[in-house]
Design a protein around this ligand. Structure first.
Ligand code: ATP
Ligand code: MG
Length: 470
């Protein structure tokens, strides 16, 4: 984590030291803290204000917990209890946190990899870190800390001797990725894909592509922008993004002729095997495996392999790195219904792209008698939500999917789409989860498979729990 003297920190975040801080100007401070309930020992406390609280109220607690100094919004009266405490006065504590992270990044020799995209950011981040860790000292975003607060904190958590940092960048509107990339200054920027998440805020898929491509704004000169080659909007958008500076474009995709390419060899509910061909060919010898399910994870693994090669790793190290992948939050969990049927719990979240990816994935699985899709609404899709639900339902292939069962107002359109392909008996809408579970339990065979998925707000895990209870 960051290790600097008080006066250095003040300079890095553009702060003015109060008297107590100036007296300790040369004292070394290690790390930052934003939550006074977590250990702040020896750290710089950064009081951020949220919707319902202002952490300035907890600066006293942070000092009681051993904080070495704290940021403080200039002009705000300093309470009696904090007299004599070292404070660094700034215009805005959030902006100061971001300046501090940007300055720290600028002082570090590490190669930075920034990862954005509608889906697969965390998975690709974990895979990339696993690959790079075969040869380099790696730091990665912990969990999902990918926003305007999490990204700076991820950077400040980095050790001085880090060789490669893999950072996730999330967004929900225009300008957010640009802000993050200008802080992180990536050497390699990855866009996993574009989906339909945040359509509401961004208006169209073109808008989503444009917002993701903002990542090029912070790319280091001579860096690489690695995009999903299957997405025309990214390819076209990347040409326009050239205005952001001098970098090189590379693409990755399953089964394409150009760019980084992977060919799927086998897919089970636990892992996938595939081959990899670099843009200049020929195919790397041998097969590669990732111990996580889904075709979409092969695309994520391909991006990770490409980053590994861009940083100079050999195919053998990349093979080992992918084989050792452990995802931070394994979103797709496999459990069993009371009668033994396999239940794929992917209820963490859902968007049209991720649901279609899962429908394709389930479709490819073999060894199950019937495959059921249990789908809840996808939220925050904006004015096109009916069409997007319809299209998602229509992605169910009648030769591969037995039935689509759905709950939620919007999912009526999913069922309408599915019925076009499967017929009305195999595409059914339910008024509530209880009714759906009753029907499914009545028909489910022990050698069947069920995928359960929906947006977070739909709490589709309740269906999984009910199936497990039986
Ligand atoms: P968040 O926006 O919540 O941070 P994320 O982009 O980090 O999400 P992951 O956590 O890696 O994404 O994956 C979330 C879900 O997205 C997975 O469970 C899977 O269903 C789906 N997913 C992962 N990778 C892809 C991909 N390349 N294409 C489509 N869907 C994907
Ligand atoms: Mg994530």
């Amino acid at each position: 984590m960051i290790r600097r003297t008080t006066v250095q920190l003040a300079a890095m975040c553009g702060a003015e030291m109060n008297e107590a801080a100036a007296r300790r100007a040369d004292a070394v401070i290690c790390g930052v803290a934003t939550d006074s309930r977590r250990p702040a020992e020896g750290r710089l406390f950064i009081p951020l204000s949220g919707e319902r609280f202002d952490a300035h109220d907890y600066v006293g607690d942070a000092f009681a917990g051993g904080a070495a100094a704290s940021l403080w919004q200039a002009g705000r009266p300093v309470p009696e209890a904090l007299a004599g405490r070292p404070l660094l006065l700034v215009d805005d504590t959030l902006a100061a946190l971001q300046r501090l992270a940007a300055a720290y990044r600028g002082q570090l020799p590490a190669t930075v990899i920034g990862i954005t995209g509608s889906n697969g950011k965390t998975s690709t981040k974990d895979m990339t870190a696993s690959v790079l860790a075969r040869r380099l000292r790696v730091h990665k975003t912990e969990g999902n800390l990918n926003n305007h607060i999490g990204l700076p904190l991820s950077i400040l958590a980095m050790d001085e001797n880090t060789e490669a940092a893999v950072l996730e960048m999330g967004m929900s509107g225009f300008g957010e990725i640009e802000r993050l990339t200008r802080i992180a200054r990536p050497d390699v920027a990855v866009i996993t894909n574009i989906g339909d998440a945040h359509l509401l805020q961004l208006g169209s898929r073109e808008g989503i592509a444009k917002a993701k491509l903002e990542i090029a704004a912070g790319l280091k000169e001579g860096g690489v922008l690695l995009i999903n080659g299957d997405e025309p909007l990214l390819r076209e958008g990347a040409k326009r993004a050239e205005g952001y500076g001098k970098w090189r474009l590379e693409t990755f995709a399953l089964g394409r002729e150009d760019g980084w390419s992977a060919k799927l060899l086998a897919a089970t509910a636990k892992e996938s095997a595939f081959t990899i061909r670099p843009p200049e060919g020929p195919e790397w010898p041998g097969e590669f495996r990732v111990p996580v399910p889904g075709r979409h994870n092969v695309a994520n693994a391909l991006a990770a392999a490409a980053v590994g090669a861009l940083l100079g790793l050999d195919p053998e190290s990349i093979r080992q790195g992918l084989g050792a992948v452990k995802l931070s939050a394994m979103r797709l969990e496999t459990t069993h219904a009371a009668n033994g049927a396999v239940v794929l719990n992917d209820t963490y979240n859902a968007s049209p792209a991720s649901v279609k990816a899962m429908i394709a994935f389930v479709g490819e699985l073999t060894g199950y008698r019937r495959k059921w899709l249990v789908l809840g609404d996808m939220l925050e899709l904006g004015p096109d939500e009916n069409r997007l639900h319809y299209e998602t339902g229509a992605a169910a292939n009648p030769d591969r999917i037995h039935a689509v069962l759905a709950v939620g107002e919007r999912s009526k359109h999913t069922v309408r789409g599915a019925a076009e392909r499967l017929g009305p008996e195999r595409a059914i809408h339910f008024a509530d989860k209880d009714a759906l579970v009753r029907r499914l339990l009545a028909e489910l065979a022990p050698d069947d498979l069920v995928l359960v998925k929906g947006s977070r707000g739909m709490r589709m895990e309740e269906v999984v729990h009910a199936l497990v209870r039986g």
